[in-house]
Design a protein around this ligand. Structure first.
Ligand code: ASP
Length: 600
């Protein structure tokens, strides 16, 4: 090795030792006579002092060093003179007095600061990702990611799982996105598909008797870029035979509690994860992935609203809809503009509008103090004070709060109030950044009708097992069939999902038929699964969790791009390599591909 020690590991105990170091110049300070270099490698930074009285030639070399030069230095570890220690650095009590030094490779001036955590335009960071990754935060994110994956591997190994790699060149497996296709050179006109997940493969591994499989698996989905997604991403993929859903859920609960305790001991995590049914979570939070770090649950006000003379309320209830609300604590003094913004948000979720009721200026007072002149709302004249108080009480409001109420069909009401709850949570910073609030959502519907095509579609994927007791409804009322699917959520994100699977050919075929596949389609696309199920397939189930999202949450970052070494942009571009890129005519010809003129 060119170095005897890592920069970041030198401490008082090393004083007097001769060490050799190699790394990058993080910062250089020229104090006339003395030159100080903050030398950085992956493990941290240490100060190297170049004193012309110790070595003239070495001092000369240091005078040529600039930021991001790769340099080598050898010298003696010394205690820093009293008063010059740097408590911000773990090596801040010592410095290395250089006897010898070399520039191993110079560097151009980087396009952005590496030694400061300043905002840099993301596309520039992605183009020069190898420089971006030198920054301390990014280095920490990469190390954290490594630790998380290692912890997961050790955990599953100790629990009797085996990691099995599955192929990347396979055939289309439906997860609801478009496939990335790879043309075959050898078989003209035929294509492999990159796996949207190893779903079918892991199920076949269960048929193969592997019993407990996991994999840190790369998945590929060609989705229109929405939210924070990547065309390729990493899942913790697992599958087990002879299990009930709770076996899988409690296993992952154990994994995550241990993971957080070990890797982020200062982060709060609950000792057991709540389980919600899909219907309950939608009714309580208006979304199937609520941020549970704060309350502000949606409250049903329909019974009170129906008694009012406010047409918007009464007609919604009479039409079979709902009137529901949440409180925005201490927001009674919101300006016209702030109220308009909330109204806009409600409308963008499909609501006809938002009814706001402000409960007076003084914050936190009892509702008994409420008088008619304290109430500000367009609806005020249609509601009695008692009705307003009853609604406020149900929302656990006090004076100074703002009530946000939506009327309409139940689904729209839930969704728009869910968005409102998230918005208020963000504005008021109600979520503790130091808490991870995990939970499971269960009892999803198995199928939904595609109103355009009239066909049933899987709510998740077609291998999900329905509830045994609902199987007969597949013939009569498919929309009522509940599935054995479960999602894991954390802090407002869905971090993964899975299910117990169908393991008999008869039921699997029936589901494919309900989804509108012809017998020929079924044979062509899924014949291998149906056949496998006829050779003694055990009952099985599994789950897949997004590693990128989990690391993002643990790192306290806002996007998964921050925890992926070489991510793509929101529009699926790789800016480091400039991919996708054109290929040569010869390559296309070999692949039997003729490009079509792009239609205008
Ligand atoms: N294959 C599913 C997915 O990738 C997860 C699972 O059902 O295990 O979302």
């Amino acid at each position: 090795m060119l170095k005897s020690h890592n920069c970041g590991e030198l401490r008082k105990e090393n004083v007097g030792q001769t060490v050799t170091l190699a790394g990058w110049v993080d910062r250089r300070r020229d104090h006339g006579g003395l030159i100080f270099i903050d030398l950085r490698d992956r493990e941290g930074i240490v100060q190297v002092a170049f004193n012309p009285e110790v070595s003239k030639s070495c001092h000369k070399v240091a005078s040529q060093m600039r930021s991001e030069f790769v340099v080598w230095a050898s010298g003696e570890v010394a205690k820093r003179p009293p008063g010059t220690e740097n408590l911000k650095l773990s090596t801040g009590e010592v410095e290395v007095i250089a006897h010898d030094a070399k520039i191993l490779n110079p560097s151009k001036t980087p396009p952005f600061y590496i030694n400061e955590d300043v905002e840099v335009e993301e596309n520039l960071r992605l183009k020069y990702r190898y420089l971006d990754l030198r920054r301390a935060v990014m280095r920490e994110n990469m190390i954290l990611r490594h630790q998380v994956v290692k912890f997961i591997r050790d955990f599953f190994d100790a629990d009797g799982f085996i990691e099995i790699e599955t192929p990347i060149l396979i055939k289309s497996t439906p997860e609801g996105a478009r496939d990335y296709l790879v043309p075959s050179r050898v078989h003209a006109g035929k294509f492999y598909a990159l796996p949207q997940s190893p779903q079918q493969l892991k199920q076949l591994l269960m048929v193969a008797g592997m019993e407990k499989y996991y994999q840190i698996a790369r998945c590929f989905r060609d989705e229109d870029t929405r939210a924070d997604r990547q065309p390729e991403f990493t899942q913790l993929d697992l599958e087990m035979s002879f299990v009930e859903d709770e076996d899988i859920l409690s296993l992952l609960e154990r994994l995550f509690i241990a993971l957080v305790k070990t890797i982020k001991p200062d982060t709060k995590v609950m000792e057991s994860f709540s389980r919600f049914s899909y219907n309950d979570v939608m009714n309580q939070y208006g979304t199937d992935k609520p941020d549970l770090r704060f309350g502000l649950e949606l409250k049903d006000l329909s019974d009170i609203a129906a008694q009012s003379s406010f047409d918007i309320f009464t007609s919604a209830v009479a039409g079979g809809g709902k009137v529901k609300g949440i409180r925005a604590p201490g927001c009674a003094a919101y300006s016209r503009k702030q109220l308009d913004d909330l109204n806009q948000l409600a409308r963008s979720c499909g609501a006809g509008g938002l009814v706001t009721i402000a409960l007076g200026e003084s914050k936190g007072g009892s509702l008994d103090e409420l008088t008619p002149d304290m109430v500000h709302s367009v609806a005020a004249k249609f509601l009695t004070l008692e009705q307003i108080k009853a609604m406020a009480e149900r929302m656990e409001a006090s004076t100074g709060d703002l009530l946000l109420i939506v009327a309409g069909d139940a689904k729209t009401v839930n969704i728009s109030l869910g968005a409102m709850r998230q918005e208020i949570g963000q504005r008021l910073k109600l979520a503790d950044p130091n808490t991870l609030a995990f939970a499971y959502i269960k009892n999803f519907p198995l199928l939904r009708k595609n109103e355009e095509t009239g066909y049933w579609e899987s709510e998740h994927h077609p291998f999900t097992r329905p509830w045994d007791e609902d199987e007969s409804l597949l013939d009569t009322a498919p929309e009522k069939v509940r599935s054995k699917h479960y999602d894991m959520i954390c802090n407002g994100f869905e971090i993964g999902g899975g299910s117990l699977r169908i393991h008999t050919a008869t039921l699997q075929r029936k589901i494919f038929q309900l989804l509108g596949y012809t017998d020929d389609d079924i044979e062509e696309r899924f014949g291998h699964m149906l056949e496998a199920f006829e050779y003694g397939a055990p009952p099985h189930g599994g789950i897949a969790l997004g590693i990128d999202r989990i690391v993002m949450l643990l790192a306290g970052r806002e996007t998964i791009r921050e925890v992926i070494a070489f991510p793509k942009t929101q529009s699926a571009l790789d800016l480091t390599f400039n991919a996708p890129a054109p290929v040569t005519e010869e390559q296309l010809a070999e692949l039997h591909i003729l490009l079509r003129e792009e239609e205008e």
